[in-house]
Design a protein around this ligand. Structure first.
Ligand code: CP
Length: 317
């Protein structure tokens, strides 16, 4: 694997899921693999799971880990090409990446959608600079449009929890939130599930359809109750409007998942990438109930990252 920014970087999804499950069974089988090599984890945005799971994964592989909380600790970055930097920005992203090239064998970066310019976000204005200027493999720790390490962890979690013969029905459901949230997790989940042997359904209120470039021909149902019927897995996530970019059109009805709604499913397992706003996105009773596999999903972030870093090290060694 030469880079990891989307599902298209994975040659064989079932193979990498199998690899991650082997790593989970015995995480310390490749402790020499990254010896003498360095991964830079660059966070332009906040993180708990991605930061810590990536650090654990890299350490399990013997990699040196540099973590830069760039938004808080680095110089104020300039992203515009040709900018006259006579304002608040101190270092151009191009120069920062060239320097990271001198220190790192792998550069991993988190760069969320700015949610101001649809064009900038859809075109991955920051990740694309890393892809352009990095001379070492680039790993996405969540970008404007995708969260591939999360999606791989989601695939691992579904695989672990599905032993029946029929295809599971997986429902990606929109959930309420108090502010506009980016589309990366929803887009990415839709993209990866289309590579899995599942029946995927998306449910969201009118005005909240995700970008068709990610959902393609997946059925979108605007009636949550209908969509949840007979679900085997429910993936809960908020996102803002894509068409009316970053807006929050008025929503009719109550979209928060409750035990009452779960009663109409096929004893569905409930997933969420976290962090979650309890009793806004997801009720306490579901979060803390028997249906939730959310902490298992968070644990699998380690094995998702470790499988990906290990594949990248295969190219470097
Ligand atoms: N799910 C996830 O990416 O969590 P963090 O934002 O805390 O890294």
């Amino acid at each position: 694997m030469k880079k990891f920014t989307s599902v298209s970087d994975v040659k064989n999804l079932q193979e990498i899921i199998k690899k991650a499950l082997h790593i989970k069974a015995d995480p310390l089988t490749e402790t020499e693999k990254g010896k003498g090599k360095t991964i830079g984890l660059v966070f332009l945005n906040s993180s708990l799971r991605t930061r810590l799971s990536s650090q654990i994964a890299a350490q399990n592989l013997g990699l040196n880990v540099l973590t830069l909380n760039a938004a808080q600790e680095a110089w104020n970055l300039e992203f515009a090409d040709g900018a006259v930097m006579n304002g608040d920005t101190v270092e151009h992203i191009k120069d920062a990446i060239e320097v990271l090239n001198q220190y790192c064998d792998i550069i991993a970066v988190r760069c969320f959608a700015g949610m101001k310019s649809k064009e900038d976000d859809v075109n991955e204005s920051i990740l694309s600079q890393f892809e352009k200027h990095a001379k070492v493999p680039v790993v996405s720790l969540e970008s404007a449009t995708r969260h591939p390490l999360q999606s791989l962890a989601d695939c691992i979690t579904i695989t672990e929890n599905w032993k029946k013969v029929h295809k599971p029905k997986v429902v990606l459901t929109w959930a309420p939130h108090i502010k506009p949230i980016a589309h990366a997790v929803g887009n990415s989940f839709a993209e990866w599930m289309q590579e899995m042997d599942v029946e995927l359904v998306i449910t969201n209120p009118e005005g909240y359809d995700l970008d068709k470039n990610f959902t393609k021909d997946v059925k979108v149902i605007h009636d949550q109750e209908e969509a949840l019927k007979d679900a085997d897995f429910i993936y809960v996530k908020n996102w803002s409007s894509f068409d009316d970019y970053a807006a929050m059109p008025e929503v009719k009805g109550d979209w928060m998942l409750t035990n009452e709604k779960l009663a109409h499913t096929n004893d569905a397992k409930v997933m969420h990438c976290l962090p979650v706003r309890r009793n806004v996105e997801l009720s306490d009773e579901v979060m803390d109930g028997d249906h939730s596999i959310i902490y298992q999903q968070a644990k699998n972030r380690i094995f998702s990252a470790q499988a990906v870093f290990s594949e990248i090290l295969n190219e470097l060694n």
